[in-house]
Design a protein around this ligand. Structure first.
Ligand SMILES: C[S@@+](CC[C@H](N)C(=O)[O-])C[C@H]1O[C@@H](n2cnc3c(N)ncnc32)[C@H](O)[C@@H]1O
Length: 290
């Protein structure tokens, strides 16, 4: 079992649960997709510092000892302030670390100026901060003022208070339409739409109804030399192939790589599928003809 007291690690999963270390604390939470058997013995699971129960009549955390208001955890080089929320979330979705690493490596290859990136449905800022660390300028957008404030706190934790990040509370679709009218364009777009969400003024977002319009706006806001679009999703049925088809139809011709997001794990721990992604990159421009 990993004992690193500062970072994230999946420790085990099975029987509808996942056991994860987030910094100094081990959490036992529901995980519907873990239909297989647990690998670790019950005595390891019983050492969890907190258990989240989601059952009719009893939904909430059970803590083994005194519980801090917040604590810290590092994931893929980004430090997060975590909190045990009423939904069983803690303020970071570790499966996104894969995308941050892929985008950072694209940013690192760009030598001509900073990439200007738009992060939509940006939550607590994982992609924003990973890209800011890689020298990008980032526009971070979420409908929730609380989440945007959380992202700012995470920026401060990572000594990125002065980094070129615009923090925006708005509805994704309204903001994209305004950016297009203002003539603003981006070199990269990150989007992780929920199945169902609300904008800052309660505008309805439903993935099945709005994804085609959202991708049409994404295409328009991407600059002609745009480097990438990273599209991830947790909606059942939105498989890697579905995401690939959406980007193939919705974006200019490019290279598309797609797959499953998994919780970062070490050694022979079974990876836990936790969503899907498709990563579109601009075709490299042809070199001079000989
Ligand atoms: C599950 S989170 C996305 C996870 C995130 N991308 C990450 O890095 O971990 C979904 C986020 O989308 C935001 N959201 C939902 N509907 C929205 C809308 N119409 N406009 C803007 N943000 C929205 C929510 O406030 C929430 O923070």
């Amino acid at each position: 079992m990993s004992t690193d007291q500062s970072s994230y690690c999946l420790l085990d999963s099975g029987n509808g649960r996942k056991l994860e270390r987030f910094g100094a604390f081990v959490l036992d939470r529901p995980c519907a997709q873990a239909v297989w058997r647990k690998s670790l013995p019950a005595r390891d699971w019983s050492k969890a510092d907190a258990v989240f129960i989601r059952e009719a009549g009893t939904t909430g955390w059970q803590f083994r000892g005194a519980w801090p208001e917040y604590w810290l955890c590092e994931l893929a080089g980004v430090l997060f302030r975590l909190q045990a929320t009423d939904f069983g979330h803690v303020g970071v979705f570790p499966e996104h670390a894969l995308g941050w690493q892929k985008m950072r490596s694209v940013a690192a290859q760009k030598t001509a100026g900073k990439l200007n990136i738009l992060n939509l449905f940006a939550y607590s800022g994982g992609a924003t901060l990973a890209l800011a660390q890689a020298g990008c300028t980032v526009c971070h957008l979420d409908a929730s003022p609380k989440m945007v404030n959380w992202g700012r706190q995470n920026a401060a934790l990572n000594h990125l208070e002065a980094a070129p990040i615009r923090w925006i509370v708005d509805d994704v679709q309204k903001f994209l339409q305004r950016e297009l009218r203002r003539g603003r364009r981006y070199d990269g777009v990150v989007l992780d739409p929920p199945s169902f969400g609300r904008g800052s003024k309660q505008e309805l977002f439903q993935i099945d109804q709005h994804i085609l319009d959202l991708l049409a706006l994404t295409r328009q806001v991407l600059s002609p030399h745009g480097a990438f679009v990273f599209f991830s999703c947790h909606t059942p049925g939105y498989t890697p192939l579905v995401l690939t088809h959406l980007l193939t139809q919705g974006l200019p011709p490019g290279n598309i790589e797609a797959g499953e997001l998994t919780l970062p794990a070490e050694g022979n721990i079974l990876p836990v599928p936790s969503g899907t992604y498709a990563f579109w990159q601009q075709n490299p421009s042809p070199g001079p003809r000989r």
